[in-house]
Design a protein around this ligand. Structure first.
Ligand code: CP3
Length: 342
């Protein structure tokens, strides 16, 4: 039995003594303890070595006191397992030197045996569960098929992912073939994470908001729907589709237990779109953590008030920035934990 199951109860819609809190990208570069490990091992070495992934995953639980751990890994381990080379360039980001552009390129991509290619993730999860010793739940995750396609086709980060979009708009059949292959791999991958012990799963659609509402349904949501349908009866699932507030109603209808929202939508409006029977997660502007601590405390309270008690998991609207001081992150977490509903 988990000692702290606030997040699980909130995802079920149960009343809790307070709002739970964690931070997207909480295991990362703002922590000096993470940097110390980063200076010794390469990025994928950290992901592939269960003892390192375990240590990094638990750091924010010990250091900032969040109510959940999130597996240290990356969404790009899936394209890697599907046969693409993925590099992480320091201070630049992901680089896929041979992206998918044509039908010939698609022949290089496969739906892999996840135990063979991603077994190290499952081993990490088992070790983390053991080391957490039921203190807090463990969140597993995967990238949404659309967001993974963005990297697999564009080959690197982008503000617009225009090449990925052009691929989908000019070669729709190929695009859908690739999206379905990613979906099938992701379902097997997430089922493996559940079997290994993940308590909650989050689907990151970081670039969902680059699509029109109609294209979001066509290129993203119809695949997310398949993933949620395959896992929702085993563990609660959170969909975070950044910028895709226009489809909160459709995302709520997938059977997900929670929806992540960014800071560009009012909580009241997100609630109206999503309906009352789903938990919302978010939506503090990550850059606001650079404010003085008293400002952070005041703004966190404003956020909590806007969501109201119940059906809310406090979080950032996107990942924590590397230049956030640790005591600012801690102020964010502690303000949520100490908040009293009067
Ligand atoms: O703490 C956690 O949230 C768990 C670990 C985690 C990482 N990446 C570690 C990481 C998670 C959940 C991710 C998800 C991820 N990865 C997303 C979706 C969430 C989002 O932020 O939008 C995306 C788009 C990626 C792809 C990716 N990985 C990018 C664009 C980058 C470079 C830019 C950046 O944020 O640094 C990475 C590298 C990466 N993944 C780092 C970490 C801690 C930093 C690199 C390093 O420490 O060497």
């Amino acid at each position: 039995m988990l000692q702290n199951d606030l997040i699980l109860r909130t995802l079920r819609g149960e009343k809790t003594e307070r709002t739970p809190v964690w931070m997207m990208r909480q295991a990362g570069r703002y922590l000096p303890e993470y940097i110390a490990i980063r200076n010794k091992y390469g990025f994928f070495e950290r992901c592939q070595t269960p003892a390192l992934a375990c240590e990094i995953t638990i750091q924010p639980v010990d250091i900032v006191g969040v109510d959940a751990a999130i597996l240290f890994s990356d969404i790009l381990v899936v394209p890697q397992a599907m046969g693409l080379e993925v590099q992480l360039k320091e201070n630049i980001g992901p680089l896929l030197p041979d992206p998918i552009k044509s039908i010939a390129d698609l022949a290089r991509v496969r739906v892999p045996d996840v135990d063979e290619t991603l077994g190290y993730v499952f081993d990490a999860i088992k070790l983390i569960k053991q080391e957490l010793n039921n203190r807090v739940p463990l969140i597993g995750f995967a990238g949404a098929p659309w967001t993974l396609l963005c990297y697999m086709v564009q080959g690197k980060g982008s503000k617009t992912f225009d090449e990925a979009k052009a691929f989908c708009f000019t070669q729709p059949e190929l695009a859908h073939q690739l999206l379905q292959m990613i979906t099938d791999t992701t379902i097997a991958y997430l089922k493996g994470q559940i079997k290994a012990g993940a308590d909650v799963l989050q689907i990151f659609d970081s670039w969902g908001g680059l699509l029109s509402p109609a294209d979001f349904e066509l290129l993203s949501l119809q695949y997310i729907r398949q993933i949620v349908a395959a896992i929702k009866d085993d563990v609660p699932t959170i969909i975070f589709a950044k910028g895709a507030w226009h489809s909160l109603d459709a995302m709520a209808a997938t059977g997900a237990a929670g929806l992540g929202i960014d800071w560009c939508i009012k909580p009241e409006m997100a609630r109206q779109f999503a309906g009352k029977d789903i938990t919302l997660q978010g939506n503090f502007d990550p850059a606001k953590l650079l404010s003085p601590i008293p400002v952070i405390e005041k703004e966190v309270k404003t956020m909590l008030q806007a969501f109201g008690p119940g059906r809310h998991i406090a979080n950032l609207g996107h990942g924590i920035l590397p230049n956030v001081p640790v005591d600012h992150a801690r102020a964010f977490v502690n303000t949520v934990k100490e908040y009293q509903w009067s």
